[in-house]
Design a binder for this molecule. Structure first.
Ligand code: CA
Length: 227
């Protein structure tokens, strides 16, 4: 089943889109502002995003730009107001796959969605479930990893940490962030536990664990996955 994320702040529009898309057999999730939309796109597993331009906290254009800057190829259809925004959406080359101008007909929107999904049937996969960096090839959907074609043995927890680092690649993440995201709020382990897992991960994926080139330490803060 295709999973669609709607990033839209108007409650009526949210409800209308959700009802109609669910009726068409899509699985739907909703973000009500640009910031949470961006977070859900990065962390989630969607085939397509419907992204409104005018949003609280962060505009749809900025969301789109940041998604592409992060290297995510998830298909995006922008929902624009009629008029000047369309030129911007197209002219700025934000990397959106298509747009529809409000007010749009449901038929038109569904046709656009179908067309984009036809061109990108595995949107969720190309948005980052199978990734490569260094000599490592990782499939987060099957929890398998290979290095130069040879399987790399990793535990579920190690995959989860690596996935979180990948979702925030080239950014600094703190040990607390890793604890919260991978172990959850109620978890008891200390940041020391995170360090131990990072050590093990390095032994598995770095050429020289003592001189890591991918999972680097950012002193006083945490870690950064360089790809
Ligand atoms: Ca809006």
């Amino acid at each position: 089943m295709y999973r669609i994320l709607i990033v839209e702040d108007e409650p009526q529009m949210q409800a209308g889109l959700r009802d109609n898309l669910e009726f068409e057999g899509y699985e739907v999730e909703i973000a009500g502002d640009g910031e949470s939309g961006l977070e859900m796109i990065v962390a989630g597993n969607y085939h397509l995003v419907l992204l409104d331009v005018m949003l609280p906290k962060m505009s749809g254009m900025d969301v789109c730009r940041q998604v592409r800057e992060k290297g995510l190829k998830i298909p995006i259809i922008m929902l624009t107001a009629k008029g000047e925004e369309i030129d911007k959406v197209l002219g700025l080359e934000l990397g959106a796959d298509d747009y529809v101008a409000k007010p749009f007909s449901l038929r038109e929107l569904l046709a656009r969605i179908k067309a984009v999904l036809r061109r990108n049937p595995d949107g969720a996969a190309i948005r980052g479930e199978k990734v490569e960096f260094g000599r490592l090839s990782v499939d987060f959907s099957t929890y398998t990893a290979t290095e130069n074609g040879q399987p790399v043995e990793m535990t579920h927890r190690e995959f989860e940490i690596l996935k979180f680092l990948w979702q925030h690649r080239n950014e600094v993440v703190s040990r607390d962030q890793i604890l919260t995201e991978v172990w959850g709020y109620d978890a008891a382990p200390t940041t020391r536990t995170v360090d131990n897992f990072i050590l093990k991960l390095r032994q598995k994926i770095e050429e020289e664990a003592a001189q890591p080139r991918h999972i680097v330490t950012v002193h006083g803060i945490g870690y950064k996955l360089l790809v």
